[in-house]
Structures are given as C-alpha cells and as structure tokens.
Design a protein around this ligand. Sequence first.
Ligand SMILES: Cc1ncc(COP(=O)(O)O)c(C=O)c1O
Length: 382
Amino acid sequence: MRMQLETCLAQAGGRSDPRTGSLSTPIHQTATFSHPRLGESTGYDYSRTTNPTRSALEKALAEIDGGARACAFASGMAALDAVVRLVIESKRRRVVCTEDPYGGTIRLLEQFFRPVGVVPVYVDTSDTRAVLRELDAGDVAALVAEIPTNPLMRVADVATLADAAHAAGATMVLDNTFLTPYLFKPLQHGVDIAVYSATKYLSGHNDVVAGAAVCRSEEMGTRLAAIQNAGGGIPGPMDSWLLLRGLKTLAIRMDRQQENAQAIAAFLAGHPRVARVYYPGLAGDPGHERLRRQARGFGGMLSIEVDDPDLVPRALAAVKVFAFAESLGGVESLITFPTVQTHAAMDAAIKDRLGINNRLLRLSIGIENVADLIADLDDALR
Ligand SMILES: Cc1ncc(COP(=O)(O)O)c(C=O)c1O
C-alpha cells in the first residue's frame, strides 16, 4: 500500500527494530560496532559512516521527499557545505545562487568556496529571465535557490529553473527549509538535491541543530554519502532521534503554523505601524499566484517592514509571547532582526538594495493561540 505523506510522517522511523518491536526507534548511542569475525560485519562498522538511528532517519527523509537517498548532517550549513563540494566535482566554477538567501549561505560561498576557485554569482531567482542569462553564460556547477527566500519571501518558478539548469548541464539545488516536503516536494519539480536546515520545521521544537540533503538519484546520493563520511559532519544518535520524533508531528504543526501566519499577516497588513508585509499567502503578494500553483501552502514565515527604525528596538524589547531570537520553524513564535542577525554576513550595499534594512523584522509563527500572538505584536508595535 502506498501511504500518504501524513502517514509516512507520523510513522517516521517506525519498525526499525524488528528484534524487539520497539515502536520508537532505539537510540544507538555507540561510536563503534563489534564484528562477528574477520571479514564479517553486521552492516554497521563505525558511527561516522552509518549508525542505525541515523539510518532510520535518513530512510524516513528520503521517503518523505520521494528521493533515492538522504544524508543527515550536523546542521543545515554542514548539509549545504557537503552539497557544494559535490556539485563542484564537475570542475565547473560558477555557482549561481539566489541573491537573498540565508546569510550563512553567502558566508559559506564567499569565505570558504571563493578562495578555492569557486565563483559565486547572485541573482534574483524569482526573475526567471535573469537566471537564464546567468545559466547561458556557462561554466555553471549548480543553481542554488530557496523557496520562499529568507527573509524577503520571493518565490521562484522551480520547475522552469530546474529545466534550465539541466539544459545548462548544472545541478539544481533547492533549500526547502521554509516549506518542508509537507508543503512542497522539490524533487517532483525537477530539483536534484533538496537541502534543509532540519533545525527548523523538520525537528520543530527549537531543541536540536541538524541538517539534511535529499538526492533524486542514487548516484548523487552515493557521492554525497561519501562526502558525509569523509567530512564527518553528521548528527549524533540522540539528535537523529530528536529529529525523527519531530518529523512525526510536522503535518499538524505546519497546518497550525500557516493558519496562524495567514491570520497574523492579514492583521499586520492593516496595522498603522507596518509599511509592508512580505507573505506569499496574501493575495496581493508578488509571489502569491506562483506559490499557489506550485505548493500545498504558504508556510509559517513572514517579514514586515515597520514605518520607523526606532520602533525596532522598542518592539524587540516589548514582545512577551514572541521571543526575540535567531532561528525559525519551531512551535514557539520567534521574532528576528535580519540585518544584524541572520544576514550580518551579507554586504551592506546589497542589503540596502534588497530592502533587508533597519526596519525589517522576520517572524516565525508558532502554534500558540493566534489571538495571543496578535495581541503581543499589536502591543509591541504600538
Ligand atoms: C533557509 C535556511 N537555510 C539554511 C540555514 C542554516 O541552517 P543551520 O542553522 O541548521 O545550519 C538556515 C538557518 O537559519 C536557514 O534559515
């Protein structure tokens, strides 16, 4: 029987221990495994290479995204680092990246890959023609996009970009952290590798740092697993288990988070101190139609521009239900000031041009009572 996504999620990691029938995946807190005799192995040798708890997680991640193979990592950045290493095996030099990604993505490309010969190129991935121009210029190892982008919530036409990337001989990589496979299945739209900060919605409780990359082809998955083993940026058994447990409730968390986000976006759109709301769930948002056509929902992230920069420190100090903290996707609502937190690594002139300014706040909406969240924001903004 082919199970629906909600069922796969709820049963993630289930029945991975036929010996005992343990419903919850056992936490194999071990570095190594004893061998029966020379030349024989239980299938597990050393936990950097494989560990049964991590294997259960990776199997679930591949299944949920419909990929051939998934690799779990110690963080979202460790996952992206391994993926960039994989795509540059092609010896092509240019990595075309969305111009407003998570700030750490720029830091990784600029500070660690540019010095070894990689040429990062930034483009507005919601502007398909601009992306095509960069792909036409040739020598592209990969196109790296986010959907929606962080924090400006721009929406790319993923299938068109994936086709164009393939025509240019490049690998299509999508950071799907914001939507998760529950709302958007990148591999069904031609993406080769879906990347996640699993710290966010996949684990969902602001209690673990982890990452994941899911490959459409077995061949890429095998190469990525080799990089994962060589570099060793893996999650430990306990973090793998926490992530598996988080996956079980992804569907209901995400439903509630986006329901709350939709109501909060509508409220903020009419707020006297809010100059602009960035949320593709709003009918007037530039990405609304495009995301509606591609995805099952709009997610639980939104950004706002307030009318006065002096309001920002006051609002951040005044919130009581929202926590002023970096990160997103957990059950607790968070408010972030991107220009000094998540996007500190981005060039100031680029931030200015894009609108990642001293009036922009990013909200990660949790599962709390929506009336409490709205009242908290209203109090803080007034
Ligand atoms: C969209 C996105 N991708 C990647 C990352 C990096 O993930 P991690 O913090 O788990 O390394 C983040 C972190 O905020 C993010 O928001």
